[in-house]
Design a protein around this ligand. Sequence first.
Ligand SMILES: Nc1ncnc2c1ncn2[C@@H]1O[C@H](COP(=O)(O)OP(=O)(O)OP(=O)(O)O)[C@@H](O)[C@H]1O
Length: 332
Amino acid sequence: MAEAALREGGDRSVPALGASSHRSDDAVATYGLTKRFGHQVAVDSVELRVPRGAVYGFLGPNGSGKTTTIRMLLGLIMPTAGRHDLLGEPFQEKAGAILPRVGALCEGPAFHPYLSGRANLARLDAADRTADPRTVKRRIDAALERVGLTAAAGKRYRAYSLGMRQRLAIAAALLTPRDLLILDEPTNGLDPQGTREVRALVSGLAAEGATVMLSTHLLSEVEQICTHVGVMHQGKLVTQGSLAQLRARAQRRVRVETERPEAAAETLTALGLAEVTTGPGTAEGLLGELAPEKIVATLVHDDVPVRGFGVVAPDLEDMFVELTGEGFDVSA
Ligand SMILES: Nc1ncnc2c1ncn2[C@@H]1O[C@H](COP(=O)(O)OP(=O)(O)OP(=O)(O)O)[C@@H](O)[C@H]1O
């Protein structure tokens, strides 16, 4: 897979690094966002584009820089270099106006174990100077309802399952209406039932119009609930775009099974296929724009004995493994 092709075909043109005059209408846009810890570059010139209305999966193995990026997006730590816009506004200048419109799950809220879910939300709401105390009961009820915790609202937090705790944390992020939700590993550590609950909740929030950015190390999570993906590897964003675009860009390969792989490779090369390789009893190449029938006919014409012929489209996992050299956990 040509990495450059994936990068070039991003959703929209990427402005030059540090183009400070540029304003994006994306829900999240970063410009050369960088964080160094001592000599280590944890996040390296990242150019995120999260379109409005997207469910954007921020995918990468442990230590690839996802949490550090999210902490910068939320203003929890300062970037070493670069800047970002949230909801079309420059964060550095307008954080106070933007943050009330952004719900976040990062370094989760500190819940009191002996208070109920409802009482915990009331405490958090009281600490939020931007929240209207006159509407607190209605907003807490709505947030509990939204995450399916109405029946368990009176139970102590310590009696909650992990899935319920995570849903309460999301309820805390929903105490006021949000245009953007940024969730750091919202299903991490949950059992299959809790995972399903949180994924259904995320999909529901997106269906109601919120933009959601969530980090994950699970490709399957991205495939199940995301419309867009950005892949991090060693601090760098190695690709991003809509899943549909990335799948469409996957280059199909032709595979010929034959006792004369070198002769088959010659035919494939003569037909103009790129990246032609041979293995024991096989020859392969990128299909490009050619019709597979044309290739079979030419092989037969060239007296190449064809035992088997196939066209394989790489799946997202193949593409990402090629970009990062690492496997992704596809379970759960
Ligand atoms: N406060 C810090 N001080 C020093 N190094 C840090 C700090 N925070 C993160 N790092 C390092 O930066 C790199 C990126 O970490 P980060 O937590 O952003 O990755 P991640 O993709 O979120 O991984 P995980 O899924 O494990 O949280 C790691 O090598 C990590 O050790």
